[in-house]
Write a protein that binds this ligand. Structure first.
Ligand code: GLA
Length: 377
């Protein structure tokens, strides 16, 4: 048994790179809220706020700088940060001193999506620079790469950076961002990827979030697991475009999908309500369950959807989603969920044990809302 366990670990290390993301990565990314208005000072303040708000304790550890940090290359071709980031090494040291990790962003093309310097023809050199700065996570965004590569070269292009990161000897999580092109879920892990975007960019709206989360992830669940995750894009919770029930649905759905949880809000000034949503440890435990199974839909009926995610201890996460515009009574029948008899139920948003239920569980679910359950085996 023990030998089987260690060979399973060995196989997963050989196939999926080092054990860098045994559960979906959690942290924060600058893009959704700040776009190009991100600089050294803001990143430091966000790192402080991640610690003081309890986000770090809830599991959010990566502080990721997205596009627009890039400057010009020096005479030797080394990438330098622009004037918004005077000293990347010092910034990385600061973030590390808080017990957090730091991420950065680039493109395999000559230019990033926001038209800053990309890594084209400097892949190994850039990987070394980031490792020397102390970077722990790279988001690598296709952007202008289609100007210099054929789509058929995409896998090799990503593997080139995957290999370059590995060659640095520093553990760096590798996040592929190419919007789900070329069925990335089928080859992302073999390119060294720990996660890969499955769709285009999320927006802070119910339509965008629900379409990505409910309608565009099904069928990819077989490709997710420890160290290699489907990424439905970063969180919009707290950015103002959705209601609290919608943001609860956002976190619940991402947890059911075993998605990376990268907060995208201004953590320095978030409301208590936003904090309560983002730091719900019961929900985060579903996302971070060590079994690493991505959940799936088991029924869909006029806007009511039931999703199930098997958990390591044999429990099931069961989500009762209401996609309609009015309060709806939603029932999860145990038969559809895949269990029989009487089971203890905990409501993960009420933080309450609801008792034992035979055959089914019903709840009044608000418009665009969710009742998320942990059902004991
Ligand atoms: C693309 C990505 C986004 C973000 C921007 C930055 O659109 O999908 O997540 O990184 O580029 O320019």
């Amino acid at each position: 048994m023990k030998r089987l366990f260690f060979s399973a670990i060995l196989v997963s290390v050989l196939c999926f790179g080092a054990d860098l993301a045994p559960t979906p990565p959690m942290g924060w990314n600058s893009w959704n809220k700040f776009g190009d208005k991100i600089d050294d000072k803001t990143v430091r303040e966000i790192a402080d706020a991640i610690v003081s708000s309890g986000m770090k304790d809830a599991g959010y550890v990566y502080v990721n700088i997205d596009d627009t940090w890039e400057g010009t290359r020096d005479a030797q071709g080394n990438i330098q940060a622009n004037s918004k980031f005077p000293d990347m090494k010092a910034l990385a040291d600061y973030v590390h001193s808080k017990g957090l990790k730091i991420g950065i962003y680039s493109s395999p093309g000559p230019k990033t999506c926001a038209d800053y310097e990309g890594s084209y023809q400097h892949e190994a050199q850039d990987a070394k620079t980031w490792a020397a700065w102390g970077i722990d996570y790279l988001k690598y965004d296709w952007c202008s790469a289609d100007k210099v590569y054929q789509a058929s070269e995409m896998q090799a292009v990503y593997k080139k950076m995957g290999d370059a990161l590995q060659a640095t000897g520093r553990p760096i999580v590798f996040s592929l961002c190419q919007y789900g092109l070329q069925n990335v879920w089928q080859w992302g892990a073999s390119a060294g990827g720990n996660l890969w975007r499955t769709t285009g960019d999320i927006q802070d709206s119910w339509k965008s979030m629900s379409t990505i989360g409910f309608d565009k992830q099904s069928g990819h669940e077989q490709y997710a697991g420890p160290n290699h995750w489907n990424d439905p894009d970063m969180l919009e919770i707290g950015n103002g475009g959705m209601t609290a029930p919608e943001y609860r649905t956002h976190l619940s759905l991402w947890a059911m999908l075993a998605a990376p949880l990268l907060a995208g809000n201004d953590v320095r000034s978030m409301t208590d309500e936003t904090k309560q949503i983002l730091t719900n440890k019961d929900v985060i435990a579903i996302d971070q369950d060590p079994l690493g199974r991505q959940g799936f839909r088991v029924s869909k009926d006029a806007g009511a959807e039931i999703w199930v995610k098997p958990l390591e201890n044999g429990d099931l996460a069961v989500a009762l989603f209401n996609r309609t515009d009015r309060m709806t009574n939603v029932t999860a029948y145990w038969e559809i969920v895949g269990i029989k008899g009487k089971h203890k139920v905990r409501d993960l948003w009420l933080h309450a044990d609801m008792g034992s239920f035979r055959d089914a569980y019903s709840a009044e679910v608000p418009a665009h809302g969710v009742t998320l359950l942990r059902v004991a085996r």
